[in-house]
Design a binder for this molecule. Structure first.
Ligand SMILES: [Zn+2]
Ligand SMILES: [Zn+2]
Length: 272
């Protein structure tokens, strides 16, 4: 069974949305017999964006000072543990050249071990309107039918662009919007096929995210997508997306069973 997770979150600096400290996450990972742990707090920064939580930034310079402190906190904790620790971020991707220029600069200055590409938002074509799906649902924000459809379309296109960007070690929860019942109609299948084809083209690693089992009744992505990606031999890694110690390694045996049923053998990890 996979004895590591690279997609986990902490409560660093009281800013990020994990529930535990890096020390607590590392101790729990060690007690589970994990050989490695990757900590990937959210990197969410977009000038002009509405900052609805403490981990959202609209200023790259301000964000950088916070990220540097988080990285330091995790690396300091890692010294006290035997487990091999990687420090990364789960990045909200945007395709505009302005965003990419700023992100590339930030990426160079942070000097972390890895980056995960993510999309958690509905958005319009140029991302001048961005709506986080968790915030939309929890705050009961109403979006009209046309905006919603366009938002879902651009969600998929953003996932595709994040794969093409080449910035990321792997791509998170391809169909995370399904936890809110979004993007489930057959009309979205053509976009899911585009995601599969884009991953296939560069054999880009992606994750089987087990948090979907609690939130959507199945893992991310859909089983049929996993089947297609297995056929195409696209590298896969299992992630728990643990926001607390209790969620580390959750549903890993179910994930392993599913992957062996699908004869999914191309498993991705840092050090082989
Ligand atoms: Zn995520
Ligand atoms: Zn996450």
């Amino acid at each position: 069974m996979q004895a590591f997770s690279y997609h986990t979150h902490t409560n660093s600096l009281g800013i990020f949305d994990g529930r535990n400290t890096p020390d607590e996450m590392m101790s729990k990972a060690e007690s589970l017999g994990f050989t490695e742990l990757g900590i990937s707090n959210h990197l969410i920064c977009k000038p002009g964006a509405y900052c609805w939580s403490s981990q959202n930034f609209d200023d790259f310079a301000k964000a950088e000072t916070v990220y540097l402190k988080t990285i330091e906190e995790i690396r300091e904790a890692a010294v006290r543990h035997k487990i091999k620790v990687y420090v990364g971020f789960e990045v909200d991707y945007y395709k505009s050249s302005d965003w990419r220029r700023e992100f590339e600069r930030l990426k160079n200055r942070l000097n972390v071990d890895y980056m995960i590409g993510s999309t958690h938002n509905l958005m319009n074509q140029d991302a001048s309107w961005v709506q986080n799906i968790y915030h939309m649902t929890r705050s009961n924000i109403k979006v009209d039918e046309d905006t919603l459809r366009d938002g879902i379309k651009n969600y998929w296109l953003n996932v595709i662009e994040s794969i093409k960007s080449g910035y990321f070690d792997f791509i998170a929860h391809l169909d995370v919007i399904k936890i809110f019942g979004l993007g489930l109609e057959p009309e979205w299948d053509e976009y899911k096929w585009m995601v599969i084809e884009t991953l296939d083209k560069s054999k880009h690693p992606f994750e089987l995210n087990t948090s979907g089992w609690t939130k959507a009744g199945e893992q991310h992505p859909h089983t049929w997508m996993l089947k297609e990606l297995a056929k195409r031999d696209v590298p896969i890694v299992i992630s728990d997306d643990a926001h607390s110690v209790d969620l580390l390694g959750r549903y890993f045996s179910e994930a392993e069973n599913l992957l062996s049923e699908l004869h999914y053998t191309n498993r991705w990890k840092f050090s082989k």
